[in-house]
Design a protein around this ligand. Structure first.
Ligand code: UDP
Length: 482
């Protein structure tokens, strides 16, 4: 007899490494731990094909990939925001996804369709095809909760009639969120992306379930609140399946060796890693201030320096998703003599560092971070406490979770409304993290959470079991459908 073909899960990835990397880890786990085939579907627009291919190159044999063809977006008004572009792109790609779903499951039956944030327009397609539709959330439980409240706020509202979220958002089990801490797009109902967010949030009730890249003990009370609501049928079940952290490939690139070789020469637990993610950009003045602060802190540092922003926009990813400033040398913007004066204890690298390896390195003791969710999980998985430096998207909300709820991060004092941090506050935050009493508390909490995170994802741990439960449902659904 021919072996029965494996049931296939189709995973639709929104553009961007922050989406693709954890979704690919989910596909890997479904294949390796739970006996599925998987097809990861990426898009052509707003994507970097080479970067996508690099992430997808190390997948198990039962994980395949497909790329949907480009769709036209040129009718959108100029200067349309990144969020709007993403929502429109995913929506317009649905006919291509539909076509692919007809063929992709190949010899095996389609067991489920998983979309991620920006992609829930695909849920009705899952329903049409008679397969479970799940949302993979490369973010916190808290953000699911915020989205859910957004839908509730507009429940019964007339089309086009929008309401503002309250000044302080108090959600079950969540850290209270001040207005300024709400993610971009959620703070102002006249922002064009607000309407898209409301529509996205309204589709949540129709999902068969959510898979969240978090773990129970990171946001325990929110997770419990969702459990209660799932038991009452008030909201689809929300499963914590993380933390998914990219497994680093075995071959090291030459530029990675620079950072790692330098770290090898530093004492254990002595280095603060400074990075603002794939899109974070500081102003010219803030870059200089940060440099001075690192210098006067007296501590060792590894700083991933990106091109400063000249227009006050701290997200360097342009509307087309590319970073057009990548040709210039960001190190040229550092203060005169800085590199020379700090060369015995600091390394500044241009643009990119092998972050997962840097955080896992024994020399690394702290992370001054923009609080992107992947960076956050990578830091927690490596027992590295943080200094929060949120810039855009949902980073300010993540910073609130990390400082006020989880206690694994310190917040530097901000000197101006626009978030500017003066050099003495940079130095004070670094010293506090490395030497202070508050620093000791966050270091202890980071140690504890690392153990919890490792347990969560280990076989039979809570996140492993949650995914096993979902996998069991999908398989049972196929049997019932036979
Ligand atoms: N990253 C990296 N090197 C860098 C900057 C970022 O490897 O110099 C990786 C990082 O490890 C993480 C991802 O890029 O996996 C960034 O995702 P995150 O959600 O933290 O932030 P975003 O870049 O989406 O703002």
């Amino acid at each position: 007899d021919e072996p029965r073909p494996l049931p296939c899960v189709v995973l639709l990835a929104s553009p961007g490494m922050g989406h693709l990397i954890p979704l690919a880890e989910l596909a890997r786990r479904l294949a390796v731990d739970h006996g599925f085939a998987a097809t990861i579907v990426t898009l052509t627009n707003l994507s970097d094909a080479a970067a996508d291919a690099a992430v997808l190159s190390s997948m198990p044999a039962s994980v395949s990939t497909a790329v949907l063809p480009a769709v036209a977006l040129d009718d959108l008004p100029p200067g349309v925001g990144f969020g709007t572009l993403m929502f429109e792109l995913l929506r317009r790609s649905l006919p291509h996804l539909h076509e692919l779903m007809g063929s992709v499951a190949g010899p095996g039956p389609a067991a489920a369709l998983v979309c991620d944030f920006f992609g829930t327009a695909a849920l009705p397609l899952a329903a049409d095809l008679g397969v479970p539709g799940y949302v993979f959330f490369p973010n916190s439980f808290t953000l699911v909760s915020v989205m859910r409240r957004l839908a509730e706020l507009h429940d019964g509202a007339a089309p086009g009639e929008y309401r503002d979220l309250p000044d302080t958002l108090r959600l079950p089990g969540c850290v209270p969120l001040r207005h300024a801490e709400l993610p971009d797009g959620f703070r102002d109902r006249t922002d064009p992306v607000y309407a898209y967010l409301v529509e996205e949030a309204r589709r949540y009730a129709r999902a068969d379930g959510f898979l969240v890249n978090s773990f129970e003990e990171l946001e325990p009370a929110v997770a419990e609140a969702f459990d209660r609501d799932a038991a009452d049928g008030a909201f689809p079940p929300v499963y914590p399946v993380g933390p998914f952290v990219r497994s680093s490939s075995s071959n090291k690139e030459a530029d990675e060796l620079d950072c790692l070789g330098w770290l090898d020469r530093q004492p254990a637990g002595s280095v603060v890693y400074v990075s603002f993610g794939s899109g974070g950009a500081l102003s010219v003045g803030q870059t200089a201030e940060l440099a001075t602060g690192l210098e006067t802190s007296g501590h060792r540092f590894l700083w991933v320096v990106r091109m400063p922003s000249h227009d006050g926009n701290n997200n360097a990813l342009g509307a087309d998703g590319s970073d057009d400033r990548s040709q210039d040398d960001p190190l040229a913007w550092l203060p005169e003599g800085f590199l020379e004066r700090t060369k015995s204890r600091g390394l500044a690298v241009a643009g990119w560092a092998p972050q997962v390896r840097v955080l896992a390195h024994p020399a690394t003791a702290g992370f001054m971070s923009h609080c992107g969710w992947n960076s956050t999980l990578e830091s927690l998985a490596s027992d590295v406490p943080m200094i929060t430096w949120p810039l855009y998207a949902e980073q300010k909300m993540n910073a609130a979770i990390l400082t006020e709820l989880t206690g694994v991060a310190l917040r530097p004092a901000v000197s101006r409304e626009d978030g500017f941090v003066a050099n003495d506050e940079v130095a004070a935050a670094v010293r506090e993290l490395m030497e202070g009493e508050k620093g000791r508390a966050v270091r202890q909490q980071a140690r504890r959470l690392q153990e919890v995170a490792a347990r969560a994802r280990s076989p039979e741990g809570p996140s492993w079991r949650a995914l096993a439960k979902v996998a069991g449902k999908w398989k049972a659904g196929l049997r019932n459908g036979d």
